[in-house]
Design a protein around this ligand. Structure first.
Ligand code: 9MR
Length: 449
């Protein structure tokens, strides 16, 4: 029996087809945006004159990461001489077309200029903090997220920090970098970024997880974790990738897939990665590490979404269709608060005014310091608290977190902020500040209500 479509049925059928094709986004960036996310690419400044390259970039992507142009050797080739020409070209190309920019990277053991490679100790710590401050200040308001610290953990089963000149300045170099970045640009999301942190069972993944958990508990300003996700035969896409994304997100940070490439560009694996990101509401977006295979740092692995001529590969179709069939976000994308409550508010303890005590620990270097003040409630708990500290002459506070302050030198009073005034009996909270000069010998006093 033949089926004859009535005119009405045919029209209805056509309108369904047209409705479907009219609503499906046709580019990676547009589709990701419909899901409250971005789809980005690493971009090299010297390719912005290649029209095949820029045609794909401008059509497909709504986020850009400079591949090398914001690194330390590029931005501070001589100490205290900053050059932003190539980075600025990428930023202006992106922002003038409505693309967002991820900054990469402020503190890293690799791609250090010669002068920094030869430094150590307090001189290096100061130089690193100065670099973070200067570069984050230059790009303030232009980058939505920074890879503040890159690749600071060792490979293998140790779960240890990677040995480097930066690590040898003291284990707190990472948190010092994050604090300096927050002070310089309170609007950018601050990320820790690493590779081989995709498999949830790996020691390196677990070590990064514990660091982020510790930072959140102690009020170190961190907003996101970047998983580079360079997948290849030696380091394949893990079946528990989604668990890794959701586990980091559960710590209260965003997760971003920052340098995706997949040896051989399996369509299935690209689809899986997109689906995993869409399944985790705090997975903000995906950046592929290059546009065409020939742009890749691993070109021979043909790991990207476009071939050497700029044609879409099957992996492209898989990524786009996964984006198009994903669910819209249940939670709107978040922007970081300028003073994030890193210790989540606890239930106010019963009881009224109490007493409190405070201790201060210092991380000092020539010309500067970071102070961490621990406030501990007495037997009745606190509703609010004030800590008084007298700084030695010459010491000046440049920024602070988790407390309000009066003044920036001499006798300074620090009062709780909204989320850390209530401390249960015997419990503690921490606030901190960074400054110049020497802060040795301060004795804090605490009063509570
Ligand atoms: O793709 C980058 C390549 O052009 C550089 O030569 C290389 C030098 O270190 O860095 C590459 O990008 C790296 C990124 O900055 C950090 N994660 C690993 C990336 C691939 O090596």
């Amino acid at each position: 029996m033949s089926v004859v479509l009535s005119a009405v049925g045919f029209a209805a059928c056509m309108s369904m087809i047209m409705a479907t094709s009219a609503t499906a986004a046709t580019t990676l960036g547009a589709s990701a945006a419909e899901k409250g996310r971005y789809f980005g690419a690493a971009v090299a400044a010297n390719k912005l004159s290649d029209s095949v390259y820029t045609t794909i970039l401008n059509r497909e992507f709504n986020s850009v990461t400079p591949e090398n142009e914001m690194k330390i050797d590029a931005t501070e080739p001589q100490q205290n001489q900053f050059t932003y020409t190539n980075a600025d070209r990428i930023v202006s190309h992106a922002r003038s077309r409505g693309m967002q920019v991820r900054g990469h990277t402020l503190a890293w053991h690799s791609q250090q200029p010669g002068w920094m490679q030869n430094m150590s100790g307090t001189a290096l710590r100061n130089a690193m903090l100065n670099h973070v401050t200067q570069v984050a200040t230059h790009f303030r308001g232009q980058v939505v997220a920074w890879d503040v610290v890159n690749e600071a953990f060792a490979d293998g089963s140790s779960g240890a920090r990677r040995d480097s000149n930066l690590q040898r300045t003291g284990n707190d170099w990472i948190e010092a970098a994050f604090r300096a970045a927050r002070a310089a640009d309170s609007g950018a999301k601050l990320c820790y970024n690493d590779y081989n942190t995709d498999d949830w069972t790996h020691a390196k993944t677990q070590a990064v997880y514990r660091m982020v958990q510790d930072f959140k508990q102690r009020g170190v300003p961190i907003d996101c974790v970047g998983l580079q996700s360079h997948f290849n035969s030696g380091s394949p896409y893990p079946g528990n990738y989604r668990t890794t994304l959701s586990s980091f997100a559960a710590l209260g940070v965003d997760v971003q897939i920052t340098e995706l490439d997949i040896e051989g560009a399996s369509a299935t694996t690209y689809r899986n990665v997109v689906n995993d990101c869409l399944a985790v509401s705090r997975c903000n977006g995906i950046t592929v590490w290059g546009i065409r295979d020939s742009d890749s740092w691993r070109a021979s692995q043909t790991p990207l979404l476009f071939d050497n001529s700029g044609n879409k590969k099957p992996a492209y179709d898989a990524a786009l269709s996964a984006l198009n069939s994903g669910n819209p976000p249940t939670n709107p994308p978040t922007t970081p608060p300028t003073n994030p409550p890193t210790n989540p508010p606890t239930t106010p303890p019963p009881g009224g005014p109490g007493s409190c005590s405070a201790t201060v620990s210092l991380n000092s270097w020539t010309g500067g310091f970071v102070a961490t003040v621990r406030v501990t409630a007495g037997s009745s708990g606190t509703n609010s608290w004030t800590v008084t500290l007298t700084l030695p002459s010459g010491a000046t506070v440049s920024n602070a977190w988790n407390a309000q302050r009066s003044g920036n030198s001499g006798t300074v009073q620090w009062t709780n902020v909204s989320y850390n005034g209530h401390i249960a009996a015997g419990q503690s909270t921490e606030f901190g500040f960074q400054g110049t000069g020497s802060a040795a010998g301060m004795t804090p006093t605490c009063t509570a209500t």
